[in-house]
Structure formats: C-alpha cells, structure tokens
Design a protein around this ligand. Structure first.
Ligand code: NDP
Length: 318
C-alpha cells in the first residue's frame, strides 16, 4: 500500500514508519522541517527507506498543506500533535495544532478518493478523564471519553487537546463518511529511534537522573513497538474499527520507582513523593479490544528496561 504518516520524525511515528517499510509499504512522511537532520537522518537509515520512503514538508495549520501528499495514499496515519506540558499559551501551542491540525488533515483526506481509512493517534488522555472515580477495581474501556469541562477545570491542557482533537475527528468523519480508527495509547515507552528526547521517555530520564521527588500520579504504560503495530494493523486489517485503548499496566510513580530500583539498584531514583496527599489511584484498562487486533502487550518491565538501555545508549543518562 501507499500510505502517509504525519509528523514522521517523532518517537511513535518513527516506529510506525519503520514497521510500514518492513512490511513492504511505501511511505510518504510529513514533517514541519524536512531539512532538519535530527528529524530525518534516523528515518533515512531505516531498511527500505531508499526505495520506499518519501518525506514532504507540511504544516498542520496551513489549509491544503496535506492535499497533494495524501492524494494517492490508501491509509493516512495522523500522529503529529504537540506533546508537552510546559506551555505559556495552551490554546496556541497545544489545542489549535491538535484540533485544527486534525481537521485539516481529515479535510485533505476527504478530497482524496484514494484514502480508504484514517488512523488517528489519540491517547488514553482522551479516555480516562471522566466523572467516574478511578480505583484499582475500575476497568476503563473504549466507551469512556474524557470530559472537556473536567480537563479545563484541572488545567490539563495536553489532555484537553487530545480529547477535543479526537472528538472533532469523530464528528468530521461521521459527517463526511470517512472511515476513522483511533489508537489510544497510555504513556508510551521503549527504545528511541530519533536522536532527540521525547516527552514520555523524558519522564523515565527524570526518574533516573537524581531528581529528589516523584509525581503523585498514576498512569498506564505501553511499549512503542506494540503501539506501532496497532497502527499498522488498523490499516491492514479491514475489520478494524472504532477506538483501541492500549495500556499494559497502570502504575503509580512510586511503583515505577520501586521497579527501577529493583532492576537497576545503582540508579539514583527519588525516594519521596512530590506531595503528601493520598496516592492517585490506579485503575485497569481493558485489553479485549486491542487483543481482537491480535496484539499481546509487552510487559511493563521489558518496556522499562528497553527505555533505560536506550536512554543510556543515546547518552541521555550516564
Ligand atoms: P513526539 O514529540 O516525538 O512527536 C510529535 C510529532 O508531532 C512530531 O513529529 C512533530 O512534528 C509533530 N508536531 C508537534 N507539534 C506540532 C505542531 N505544532 N505542528 C505540527 N506538527 C507538530 O511525540 P510522540 O511520538 O510521543 O507523540 C506522537 C503522537 O502520539 C501525538 O499525537 C501524541 O499526542 C500521541 N501520544 C503520545 C503518547 C506518548 O506517551 N508518547 C501517549 C499517547 C498518545 P515535526 O517533526 O514537524 O516537529
């Protein structure tokens, strides 16, 4: 198949591109700056790239920017979206590129008769922030949808950006007859292909770099290779549909720190929580839907080890 991956140089997208090339597909990747070697060199190093990888410049906020690139593609993987939390202006830095970018890509897909399916990289962030209180007995599944007002109240701007983007994507797809599938991963870890540090791997770097405290936060974790495979299968398997939640396990940061300490006793992990409130509760994430795609999730310990080894190899930690 000929396919398009937006934001091709990012952490998750690079693994999607790698897998697509491995499986014989032809990939059109988009980047904001295809002349930046930090975003492209690792892609050009992938097997099959010389023959089947083509990189293009495209901007999420520029109308029509994706028109010519998606025209001729059967599947479009829309992964590009800002993922960071330190924003001065969340509307401009997070929400606009997430929501308008998604609608812009979908509008280009609508114009291209070749496009049979769009796979959107959403997030568990667009799933778990609901009125239902979370606890270890609660099983979160694809029916949950994060609530805009709760995200706004908590000033969770990244969560809001993913929630609004996914909501907008479903509405646009229903209104315009687009076959949309969303992959909703929890916090993604695993080996880095790109030379720069992405936000989720940065969380582990923070925990092993002598930081004094860990956050009072519980989150699900998932391997980047599983996430890439889910994207690719969502394109290859005709019956794939709807949303796919992906989390191996939900762990509080105190538990992550404990596991790191057991695996790497010499690494300096924080001993204290950032506050003295009760620990944020964990919960479960249903695997039924993702299993139906034929995916067995990698255990957290394996994923964590791969992340730490990769951070060391790339020189992000000593
Ligand atoms: P990266 O930061 O590595 O990649 C983000 C990509 O988005 C980059 O390739 C970048 O493209 C593009 N991008 C960011 N901001 C903009 C912008 N303002 N305009 C245009 N493009 C932009 O992050 P990840 O690989 O982690 O994230 C990829 C996707 O996965 C995102 O949609 C994210 O929300 C989602 N996700 C990530 C999770 C994680 O834990 N990592 C968990 C769940 C979902 P460019 O090369 O042009 O800079």
């Amino acid at each position: 198949k000929v396919v398009c991956v937006t934001g091709a140089g990012g952490f998750i997208a690079s693994w999607i591109v790698k897998l697509l090339l491995q499986r014989g597909h032809t990939v059109r990747g988009t980047l904001r700056d295809p002349a930046d070697p930090k975003k492209t060199e690792h892609l050009y190093a992938l097997d099959g790239s010389a023959e089947r990888l083509h990189l293009f410049k495209a901007d999420l906020l520029e109308e029509g920017s994706f028109d010519a690139i998606v025209d001729g593609c059967e599947c479009v993987f829309h992964t590009a979206s800002p993922f960071h939390n330190n924003t001065k202006d969340p509307e401009v830095e997070l929400i606009k590129p997430a929501v308008e970018g998604t609608l812009n890509v979908l509008a280009s897909c609508k114009k291209a008769s070749s496009v049979k399916r769009v796979i959107l990289t959403s997030s568990m962030a667009a799933v778990v922030f609901t009125e239902n209180p979370l606890s270890p007995g609660v099983v979160v599944d694809e029916k949950f949808f994060s609530v805009k007002e709760l995200c706004e109240k908590a000033k969770e701007w990244y969560v809001l950006s993913k929630t609004l983007a996914e909501q907008a994507a479903w509405k646009f797809s229903e209104d315009n007859g687009i076959d949309l599938v969303t992959i909703n991963p929890a916090m993604v870890l695993g080996p880095l292909l790109q030379p720069t540090l992405n936000t989720s791997a940065g969380l582990i770097k923070y925990l092993i770099s002598g930081s004094p405290v860990y956050l009072n936060f519980s989150v699900g974790w998932v391997n980047v290779k599983d996430v890439a495979l889910a994207h690719v299968l969502a394109c290859e398997v005709p019956s794939a549909s709807g949303r796919y939640c992906m989390a191996d396990r939900v762990l509080h940061f105190s538990e992550v720190v404990k596991i790191i300490h057991e695996m790497y006793p010499s690494l300096p992990v924080p001993e204290k929580c950032a506050d003295d409130k009760p620990f944020a509760p964990t919960y479960q994430v249903s695997r039924d839907k993702i299993k139906s795609l034929g995916i067995e999730l990698t255990p957290f310990e394996t994923t964590l080890r791969e992340t730490i080894e990769s951070l060391k190899e790339k020189g992000f930690v000593s």
